[in-house]
Write a protein that binds this ligand. Structure first.
Ligand SMILES: NC(=O)c1ccc[n+]([C@@H]2O[C@H](COP(=O)([O-])OP(=O)(O)OC[C@H]3O[C@@H](n4cnc5c(N)ncnc54)[C@H](O)[C@@H]3O)[C@@H](O)[C@H]2O)c1
Length: 328
């Protein structure tokens, strides 16, 4: 039997590629940076399956370049804002993601950012390495307590909920905002209280973002929202860069409108807004929230399974556009 032709846009952790190679004629981009657009458009020609990363824009032009035989786009991420899902659906192409396995790993990193920003770990580490430590001081690298404070979670889905569980161990009051309000019983069980966005921003000592990126969440945090936050507040973003107006954030951090920010994602990755990297009250990491050994391997396995199931004619486990099912 002829093998399905697929393209994978980057080498993936084991066992992703091995699974794909068993049943497919798989071509893999070997570079260690995002594949150049021209090369991507060329290499997708004639494929039945595509396994991209969130760094690739999978739009109408690309689907057109691939051709009408393209049946599945199996994203190596839980977010799928890099894919024009409506266009894929129109063409009867199945789109899948890798939900669930990233939840705890991403919450761990968001929590690490929160702790590191509050307690100034990165600045303090640099100070030690520079040989500046001259002995204990009562005023060295002071930051706010985390324990007992108020956490505001914006976007209370899987990862938001995992943050609430962590906050419980720190004796925090947990407020959440989401377009979908939970039942009272659920709120009670999770120990969280609903707030309208403006109230959450005004009350929280730490605001952590866990919404998906969509038209309504683009620049969800801009100048007016930053102005509502406490001057002592810290903002954490391990969701998607464009959820925050990064230039407004730089301004707010520079003027002391808010106290600090811990960022895993940036508005125009891999670039950062001018001035951001010069601010001492930020902890900046390169989109590594799902980057545990175990999770990246599981994501590869899930993306490969989604791809293979779709090619076999089975409904893939993590279909994000069920409307396309049966339309291929
Ligand atoms: N930094 C990383 O490496 C990394 C890793 C995993 C996930 N993510 C991002 O985190 C996002 C969340 O992941 P998840 O698995 O928790 O997804 P999820 O779908 O379970 O949760 C997203 C929540 O955001 C809510 N939401 C959407 N629009 C909103 C709005 N305008 N206002 C308030 N709430 C809104 C949704 O109702 C939902 O409850 C993903 O979409 C992805 O972009 C980033």
């Amino acid at each position: 039997m002829a093998k399905w032709k697929v393209f994978v846009t980057r080498r993936l952790p084991s066992p992703g590629l091995e699974l794909v190679a068993e049943e497919c004629d798989a071509s893999v981009y070997e570079g260690d940076r995002p594949i150049p657009r021209e090369e991507l458009l060329r290499r997708v020609r004639g494929v039945e399956g595509l396994l991209p990363l969130l760094t690739e824009a999978i739009d109408a032009e690309l689907m057109e370049a691939a051709g009408p035989q393209l049946r599945v786009i199996a994203n190596y991420a839980v977010g799928f804002n890099n894919i024009d899902v409506a266009e894929a659906t129109r063409r009867g192409i199945l789109v899948t993601n890798t939900p669930g396995v990233l939840t705890e790993t991403t919450a761990d990193l968001a929590w690490a950012l929160l702790m590191a920003t509050a307690r100034r770990l990165v600045e303090a580490d640099a100070y030690m390495r520079a040989g500046k430590y001259a002995g204990w001081s009562p005023t060295l690298f002071l930051g706010p307590d985390v324990y007992g404070k108020t956490l505001g979670i914006v976007g209370f889905g899987r990862i938001g909920e995992a943050m609430a569980r962590r906050a419980r161990g720190f004796g925090m009051t947990v407020l959440y905002h989401d377009v979908r309000r939970r039942s009272e019983a659920e709120e009670q069980q999770l120990g969280v209280v609903f707030r309208e966005m403006d109230d959450l921003l005004a009350e929280a000592d730490f605001v952590t973002l866990h919404v998906d990126l969509n038209e309504r969440t683009h620049h969800l945090i801009g100048r007016p929202q930053l102005e509502r936050m406490k001057p002592s507040a810290i903002l954490i973003n391990a969701a998607r860069g464009p959820v925050v107006d990064e230039a407004a954030l730089v301004e707010a951090l520079r003027t002391g409108q808010i106290a600090g920010a811990g960022l895993d994602v940036f508005e125009r990755e891999p670039e950062m807004a001018p001035g951001l990297a010069d601010l001492p009250n930020t902890v900046l990491v390169p989109h590594i929230a799902s980057g545990s050994l175990e999770t990246r391997a599981k994501m590869a396995e899930i993306a490969a399974t989604n791809l293979l199931e779709a090619l076999r004619g089975h409904r893939p486990p993590n279909l994000v556009n069920p409307e396309a099912w049966g339309k291929e």
